[in-house]
Ligand binder design. Structure first.
Ligand SMILES: Cc1cc2nc3c(=O)[nH]c(=O)nc-3n(C[C@H](O)[C@H](O)[C@H](O)COP(=O)(O)O)c2cc1C
Ligand SMILES: [Fe+2]
Ligand SMILES: [Fe+2]
Length: 396
């Protein structure tokens, strides 16, 4: 069918591209859009695997109808994930296809009732259960908390396609290419990291568990609910998600700072320069201006983090406070921290940063720089020294 790429035999992408939502989850900017991927397996029985956000139903439905053989209807809707970006269209889909059976695990069906009421035929499936469509044999693998408690994956044992839900997904619409062999992979991998860090990272341990559980599955194609479909190199998204979930880091540094009047920034510049001179040119973000979604993605693979900000009303500069809350929620680990703080009378930023490091059991590399007012030449030297120590630790 024109415009509806085949992911495998009898298996078509019937998702939608969204360039209208500015903020995913009303939080995360979407400069390259996002896709809600759904797939149709056309066999003796016809199964839709995941649906889309409600607003995009007309487009989604048009695609499904274009593929339905004459006099046939949808037999199953398989719900790998109940979040409304994949189920918002359910209400109308079930009125269009009244004989469709909703397929999910116990938790999915419970949630389904809470969100959309109970007036549908449902089929409850458990871990390892199979559903025969005729030629295609679908197997269900429960992968709880790979984003919500009910998340599961569906593996088509006939074609080797793993419909993985949010796992292995990324931001970025797929109108610039659906498959990994068609797209600008560098861009899509960056958007995938931003998706992972902002949406999934909190549940890294559960991602690792899911990956371990799926090891024996002979997958040929990874088809997530967002972003690129991986057919040339299906192991790459799995490796990337495993690495990001384990918080394995590169020997690199991110410098994240806030500064109202430029005093803290002068110190930051010295530290950044000293890192660059040691071959560790850092990624630098002004936390008041860079959106946290980019900051978190950029720092996620950095072993070293310099956090720098002034004291503000006895505590942290507010955008820094909010970034640290996000990092704490994501259970940040395995980093070396450096602190640069400033104040005018009693301070407070330093204490708050140290408390953060303690709560997360993260090592702080000395010296901790704390500067009154504009700071002295010795203060600048302390910043260079901090950079040198961090560089030494990272490179050793
Ligand atoms: C709104 C505001 C609140 C501040 N609160 C404190 C404070 O509670 N304690 C303190 O010692 N300094 C406080 N300061 C002073 C700043 O920490 C100090 O001026 C610092 O040098 C500012 O760094 P910057 O130039 O990088 O913005 C405050 C400054 C502002 C503008
Ligand atoms: Fe989700
Ligand atoms: Fe999603």
């Amino acid at each position: 069918m024109i415009g509806l790429p085949a992911v495998a035999r009898d298996t078509y992408w019937v998702g939608v591209n969204d360039h209208e939502t500015d903020l995913f989850e009303a939080l995360w900017p979407l400069p390259y859009g996002v896709s809600y991927n759904a797939y149709l397996v056309v066999d003796n029985k016809i199964a839709l695997i995941d649906a889309v956000k409600g607003h995009f139903l007309a487009d989604h439905l048009g695609k499904i109808r274009a593929l339905l053989p004459a006099h046939k209807s949808l037999d199953y809707l398989i719900i790998n994930h109940m979040e409304p970006d994949h189920t918002g269209a359910i209400d109308i889909l079930r009125s269009v296809f009244p004989h469709m059976t909703l397929v999910g695990n116990k938790k999915t069906l419970e949630m389904l009732r809470a969100f959309y009421g109970a007036d549908s035929a449902c089929l409850e499936v458990g871990d390892g259960d199979e559903l025969d469509l005729g030629t295609h044999r679908l197997q269900f693998h429960l992968t709880p908390m790979v984003h919500w408690p009910e998340t599961m994956m569906t593996f088509d044992a006939t074609t080797g396609v793993l419909f993985s839900g949010d796992a292995f997904g990324g931001f970025g619409a797929v109108d610039r290419g659906l498959f990994d062999d068609e797209v600008n992979l560098e861009l899509m991998q960056r958007e995938m990291l931003r998706y992972f860090t902002n949406i999934v990272a909190r549940y890294g341990q559960m991602v690792i568990k899911a990956i371990e559980k799926l090891r024996p599955v002979p997958l040929r194609v990874v088809a997530p609910t967002h972003g690129t479909v991986w057919r040339r190199n299906p192991s790459l998204p799995v490796e990337l998600y495993a690495r990001w979930s384990a918080q394995e880091c590169d020997p690199t540094v991110a410098v994240i700072y806030g500064s109202m009047y430029g005093n803290t920034y002068r110190l930051v510049e010295v530290a950044a320069r000293a890192l660059t001179e040691r071959g560790l040119a850092p990624v630098v973000h002004d936390i008041a201006r860079s959106h946290a979604s980019h900051v978190v993605a950029d720092l996620w693979t950095c072993k070293g983090l310099i956090l720098a900000c002034p004291t503000y009303n006895t505590g942290l500069f507010p955008p820094m406070e909010s970034l640290l809350a996000l990092l704490e929620n994501k259970l940040l680990k395995n980093r070396l921290l450096g602190f640069v703080t400033s104040y005018a009378w009693a301070g407070g930023a330093r204490k708050a940063l140290e408390a953060f490091a303690q709560r997360l059991s993260l090592e702080v590399v000395p010296p901790v720089v704390e500067v009154k007012g504009a700071g002295t030449a010795q203060d600048l030297e302390q910043c260079a020294l901090l950079a040198a120590h961090l560089a030494e630790r990272i490179s050793s």
